[in-house]
Design a protein around this ligand. Structure first.
Ligand code: CFM
Length: 537
């Protein structure tokens, strides 16, 4: 059932006028006849609205740095911030040297009131020393939380002195939670730090194996990157580094030796992808390993880039073999999924990526959106020049990178590169909008109230959600497939992941649980109220 503009206006009319005006710009009904449809994104959530977003610290420490297994990541701040980024994201890691895999630890300065009053720098220096002594890691990161910025602790100075004292790199990140409007700001801060201090610090000039690549924006949630690496290695690629799922400081240092950078999650890491191209001349390819068709297409695009008949033949062989294996399994689940509808609302890239996998199972996405993506993730990278920088985005300095005199090398002639760009998404991302069907809805920073209203109107069969919104959705009688940490499941990427996903989604549909839940809209409300400009009436 499609939704009309009038219905959306009615829903927004419950807001105070200012809020209504604001939220209207974050909601678009796809209409391909309308040309490019602008959506407002990456702006502040209105105070008081229940959003699903996280903070800059979460994006820096929790998302980008946290999965690097051979570094110890210190949270300088109150213990709650550290706990919040400890393990819940399920970015898995294994190591040949278990002594250098610190993934299960949660290290924090555990700031107390007295540290807030008298300063926490001494405590931080002490924790860095303790970490170096106990774990003997190759490198350490320090991430700042809100109070650190508010009281003015100079974590950069503390890290610098400690680095000289201990002789290992200690990277400080000023990623105070309030540094941006969401975790997106933290991604950028982490990207800058890794580019400045880690990538290219290695001695190697060439990678060991054939077709060396980096996988950017893949965080090994539920084992996703292990499945992707399995496929790529079977085709014959050499994975130099993964940023940052099951990633390591060790590998990242030599990431400059790759011939191609793959970008899975555009939102969180396009900064590094761009900087690597400027510094080393390595183009990046937008890939998507979610869904069977998207995985096959990504493999074919990679083969087109390397343009080697043997690699192309091997690519087709692997695709054919994998399809023959997984298709019959998917077919049995398709029978349970066909004709259903989904909401696909995730952080900054999955809201787009999972639509293809839903479609392969016969499920139509009727509403999709991102918590914190930018306009380019909706509308395509061509809108980047027209995105206005506001006070919030100015908070994060752009790192100015130039070509590395020794290591910059064009990977092919400019003519061939231009031709390839016409065929495959090289250094380009088309965004979510291009893949949405007419009449479907895109919502940026979907909030609690709108979630309920959209569910009542569109009655989806499944909601691809986050951990914060899934319980409300389930209480409304709708199965929720949590697509951040996948709850307890995964991998969902690649060929094997598609089968796992189909199984889990099918289980959601056939579970008798939903029949025992009466959706609230079937009963009369017990209370009524309205919100006016002055507050609750
Ligand atoms: Fe990229 Fe991610 Fe995502 Fe993201 Fe995230 Fe995540 Fe996500 Mo949760 S890096 S933008 S900040 S794909 S943690 S692994 S699932 S919101 S859609």
């Amino acid at each position: 059932m499609a939704m009309t503009l009038e219905q959306i206006s009615e829903m927004l009319a419950k807001y105070p006028v200012k809020v209504e005006k604001n939220r209207k710009k974050h909601i678009v009904i796809k209409d391909s006849a309308a040309g490019r449809q602008e959506i407002e994104a990456n702006t502040r959530t209105i105070p008081g609205i229940i959003t699903n977003r996280g903070c800059a610290y979460a994006g820096c420490k929790g998302v980008v740095l946290g999965p690097l297994k051979d570094m110890v990541h210190i949270t300088h701040g109150p213990i709650g911030c550290a706990f919040y980024t400890w393990g819940a994201r399920r970015n898995k890691a294994r190591s040949e040297d278990p002594g250098q895999n610190f993934m299960n630890y949660c290290v924090s300065t555990d700031m107390q009131e007295s540290d807030i009053v008298f300063g926490g720098e001494k405590k931080l220096a002490k924790v860095i020393d303790e970490v170096a002594e106990i774990f003997k890691p190759k490198a350490i990161t320090v991430s700042a939380t809100c109070p650190v910025g508010l009281i003015g602790d100079d974590i950069n100075a503390v890290a610098k002195v400690a680095e000289e004292r201990l002789g290992i790199p200690i990277l400080a990140f000023s990623c105070e939670g309030y540094k941006g409007v969401s975790q997106s700001a933290g991604h950028h801060i982490a990207n800058n730090g890794l580019m400045e201090r880690v990538i290219g610090a290695g001695e190697r000039e060439e990678a060991d194996g054939k077709y060396p690549i980096n996988i950017l924006g893949e965080y090994n949630i539920g084992g996703d990157s292990w499945e992707i690496e399995r496929i790529l290695e079977e085709v014959g690629y050499t994975v130099v580094s993964v940023m940052t799922g099951d990633g390591s400081y060790e590998d990242l240092q030599n990431a400059h030796t790759a011939e191609l950078n793959l970008v899975q999650c555009h939102r969180s890491i396009n900064y590094i992808a761009g900087m690597l191209e400027t510094k080393y001349g390595t183009p990046w390819l937008k890939v998507n390993f979610i869904g069977v068709a998207a995985t096959a297409e990504s493999l074919r695009n990679m083969a087109a880039y390397f343009d080697d008949p043997a690699l192309t033949a091997r690519t087709e062989e692997v695709i054919a073999r994998e399809l023959a294996r997984v298709e019959p399994q998917l077919e049995q689940y398709r029978k349970l999924c066909e004709g259903k509808t989904a909401f696909c609302f995730v952080g900054g890239s999955r809201g787009h990526h999972y639509q293809g996998l839903f479609a392969e199972l016969g499920i139509d996405t009727v509403l999709a959106g991102y918590e914190f993506a930018h306009r380019d993730d909706y509308e395509g990278r061509e809108v980047i020049p027209e995105i206005k920088t506001d006070a919030d985005s100015k908070n994060i300095p752009d790192l100015h990178v130039s070509a590395d005199e020794r290591r910059f090398r064009l990977k092919m002639s400019p003519e061939r590169l231009a031709e390839l760009k016409r065929q495959i998404p090289l250094s380009y991302y088309a965004g979510m909008n291009a893949d949405m069907a007419d009449g479907t809805i895109m919502v940026d920073d979907l909030n609690h109230y709108e979630t309920e209203e959209f569910i009542k109107l569109l009655k989806p069969d499944i909601f691809a959600s986050g951990i914060k919104d899934k319980y409300v959705v389930q209480k409304m009688g709708i199965p929720a497939k949590q697509l951040h940490s996948y709850d307890y499941s995964g991998p969902y990427a690649g060929f094997n992941g598609a089968v796992n996903f189909a199984r889990d989604v099918s289980m959601g549909f056939v579970s008798p649980t939903w029949n025992f839940i009466v959706p609230p809209w079937k009963d009369e409300p017990l209370l009524t109220g309205s919100v006016t400009e002055e507050g609750v009436a």
